[in-house]
Design a protein around this ligand. Structure first.
Ligand SMILES: Cc1ncc(C[n+]2csc(CCOP(=O)(O)OP(=O)(O)O)c2C)c(N)n1
Ligand SMILES: [Mg+2]
Length: 336
């Protein structure tokens, strides 16, 4: 496993153990492609004014999201942040509900109530993101406490960015989880930027995983663009959490390709930096790994892309054709 102190080089994925079945490898690949195509489609739909509010693309982060959440069971929980809408897709939320929620249509599970940055799905234990950065860490940690008190063996995966690690809520959540050995995996997507704030102004640390030491549980840094490195680290941490040994912090070094949101031209970053990270695109990199090992061929690759594209088109059509909720519904489910 790529652990802190020996982060995996940002080149070829290095797992040679063939510990992973063909089915798992293709499943991970299919999910990477699905997240990428859905995210790119959502960006286009936002620019076409198909939905309002704002959109926070996670393109570039797919290996981190998929690697961390892929081995979760249905009864496990995800506490996503504003950029993690694809965690819904990974956990199995039907695409038509994801797009209906983006479009705020009456057919979405929340009947059009949430903004695009607040996608959740209670039937699959995906907690609607809190708006305040790091706020969601406290919610996820509270769920982990609840699971422990109920004696369940489900776990929580909490996703957040580098920017969240400078906020009090982050430290309170991790400290509490360490004290009570809660069943939670903290996944920091370190994409080097928090809106326009670069990492060097965020922290004097080289590796954000060092922060775990202060709370008495393991912290490790992995290459967040290597889906197998993330998968391996996360599945071990999930087993650890499930067996009552407590939390783990995994820092995944990655990059967001686009602006903070679709209305941010991101002029604070250099073109060279962006281009250098695009060359580390997690998808062609994993593709090459699979092709070299004869797990994937050009034909299957094209078939996967075509199937996913058809599924997306159908889901977008469903969202587009769905009605908006009636204005009178606005006060339903509101307590007074
Ligand atoms: C307490 C608080 N401050 C500011 C904001 C506005 N805001 C939303 S996302 C964001 C940047 C977060 O950066 P990071 O945690 O690194 O996540 P990333 O956007 O890079 O995925 C900011 C400043 C907020 N939502 N909450
Ligand atoms: Mg960030």
């Amino acid at each position: 496993m790529a652990t802190k102190g020996s982060p995996r080089a940002l080149a070829e994925p290095e797992v040679e153990k063939s510990a992973y079945s063909r089915e798992l490898l293709l499943g991970l690949y299919r999910m990477l492609v699905k997240c990428r195509l859905c995210d790119e489609k959502a960006r286009i739909l936002f620019r076409q004014s198909k939905f309002a509010g704002n959109f926070y693309s996670g393109v570039g982060h797919e290996a981190t999201e998929v690697g961390a959440a892929y081995s979760l069971r249905e009864d496990d929980w995800i506490a996503p942040s504003h950029r993690d809408w694809t965690s819904n897709i990974i956990k199995g939320v039907p695409l038509k509900f994801c797009f209906a929620q983006l479009f705020a249509k009456a057919t979405s599970p929340d009947r059009g109530r949430s903004s695009p940055a607040h996608m959740g799905y209670p039937p699959l234990n995906i907690i609607t993101p809190a708006s305040s950065i790091a706020g969601q860490l406290n919610v996820g940690t509270g769920v982990a406490l609840g699971l422990k008190k109920l004696g369940r063996d489900s776990v929580v995966v909490s996703f957040f960015g580098d920017g969240a690690t400078s906020i009090g809520g982050f430290h309170e959540a991790l400290n509490f989880a360490g004290v009570h050995r809660l069943p939670i995996l903290y996944v920091c997507k370190n994409n080097l930027w928090a809106e326009s704030v670069p990492l060097r102004l965020q922290t004097a640390l080289k590796d954000l995983s060092d922060r775990a030491k202060a709370y008495g549980f393991p912290g490790l840094t992995v290459d967040g663009n290597d889906v197998l490195a993330v998968y391996e680290a996360a599945s071990k941490a999930i087993v650890r959490a499930r067996s009552g040994e407590g939390p783990t912090l995994i820092e995944c070094k990655t990059y967001r390709w686009y602006g903070h949101s679709e209305i941010d031209p991101a002029k604070y970053r250099s073109k060279e930096e962006v281009e250098a990270w695009k060359k580390k695109d997690p998808i062609p990199r994993f593709e090459k790994y699979l092709i070299d090992r004869k797990v994937l061929g050009e034909e299957v690759k094209a078939e996967i892309a075509a199937q996913i594209t058809a599924e997306i088109n159908e889901a977008v059509e469903f969202a587009d054709q769905s009605p908006y909720p009636e204005p009178a519904e606005a006060t339903d489910f509101v307590w007074s």
